[in-house]
Design a protein around this ligand. Structure first.
Ligand SMILES: NC(=O)c1ccc[n+]([C@@H]2O[C@H](COP(=O)([O-])OP(=O)(O)OC[C@H]3O[C@@H](n4cnc5c(N)ncnc54)[C@H](OP(=O)(O)O)[C@@H]3O)[C@@H](O)[C@H]2O)c1
Length: 308
């Protein structure tokens, strides 16, 4: 399986290189990368050298697809570039693993865009997934706090630490919160939405009205520039807290006095995508999850102007 990584470096918070490395670890060949300049693309390619092979580097998607014929595209470039790359990769017949948020919530006719992407993708029998790795943490959570039944989930809180500020925090971080609540409760309506704004901090409060329950939903976003960045979440007031060591990179979670090392959910997300391509099955974060959570994200994003 040949993989092209679009946005394989990091200017702000990009994780294309780590995604590429997980593809390599699980047997795929990262054959090409795309960057915005020759130099940045070459550097990103060098960082993905594997078994003595350096991916070829490009700055134009059409040149890359016409010369390389990859099987898979990873879209890990900034969010405002996702839509044109999604279209180009579907036209070229590539399976797609696209970073969250799938498309910018400010995109006009967002539902029409999503429908077209998935109709064209299904017509060409392509697997299209979003990399939103938090749902892969629900089993970790349940090992600490026990199984959460959807009908018993009356409260869900999450705290994340984006590098950006203001309204930009919403597309940056809210997809993680939505993916977690959607994974357990399915699609829901957002009601009684409030956004409280402070310097470097916003709190989003609402009721998530799902099929089985009305769940109090609270998202706290605190701007934080340094790695590792704090992250906690929990159902019914039982919160687990992430701990990260950087060298070596290891992730643990803490609940009360218990700390457990966990598998990197990014790796689980890549493995799930690879398996879904190989078996021609729906990925965990596929069409319905992407469409429903993108519309929920837009609902919260659009509320920004009308909140104090
Ligand atoms: N799932 C997660 O946990 C997670 C974490 C972090 C970020 N993300 C998502 O990843 C995406 C990227 O994050 P970011 O915005 O912070 O990325 P970034 O670090 O600003 O950029 C990532 C890479 O994209 C390249 N790039 C920029 N413009 C490009 C273009 N037009 N075409 C091709 N490559 C281009 C940059 O390289 P050049 O030097 O070549 O321009 C850079 O290597 C966002 O959608 C973000 O939400 C997800």
């Amino acid at each position: 399986m040949n993989v092209a990584v679009i946005g394989a470096g990091r200017t702000n918070n990009g994780i294309g290189r780590f995604i590429g490395k997980f593809f390599q670890k699980h047997g795929a060949n990262v054959s090409a990368v795309l960057g915005s300049t020759d130099e940045s693309a070459r550097k990103a390619a060098e960082a993905l050298e594997h078994d003595g092979r350096v991916p070829r580097s490009y700055t134009k998607i059409d040149t890359l697809t016409n010369k390389e014929f990859p099987d898979i595209a990873v879209i890990a470039s900034p969010t405002n570039t996702h839509l044109p790359y999604l279209k180009a990769c579907i036209d070229a017949g590539l399976h797609i693993f696209c970073e969250k948020p799938f498309i910018d919530p400010a995109t006009p006719d967002i539902l029409g865009c999503l429908d077209k992407i998935f109709q064209d993708g299904e017509h060409r029998r392509l697997t299209i997934a979003m990399n939103s790795q938090c749902p892969f943490l629900q089993p970790v959570y349940e090992r600490f706090c026990g199984q959460i039944l959807p009908e018993a989930a009356v409260d869900f809180s999450i705290a994340l630490s984006p590098m950006v500020d203001g309204q930009d925090m919403i597309p940056d971080s809210v997809p993680h919160a939505l993916s977690l609540i959607y994974n357990l409760l399915g699609n829901g309506e957002i009601e009684d939405l409030r956004i409280e704004k402070r310097e470097g901090q916003i709190t989003i409060l609402c009721i998530y009205r799902a099929h089985t329950t009305d769940c109090n939903f609270k998202i706290c976003l605190n701007r934080h520039l340094q790695q590792p960045r704090p992250f906690s979440f929990g159902w019914n007031h039982c919160m687990i807290h992430r701990r990260v060591t950087l060298k070596p990179y290891e992730i643990s979670f803490q609940y009360e006095d218990t700390i457990r090392k966990v598998a990197d959910p990014l790796e689980l997300s890549v493995q799930n995508f690879i398996a879904s391509v190989q078996k021609q099955e729906q990925p965990k974060i596929g069409r319905t999850h992407i469409v429903d959570t993108t519309l929920l994200l837009k609902r919260i994003f659009d509320h920004w102007e009308s909140s104090e």
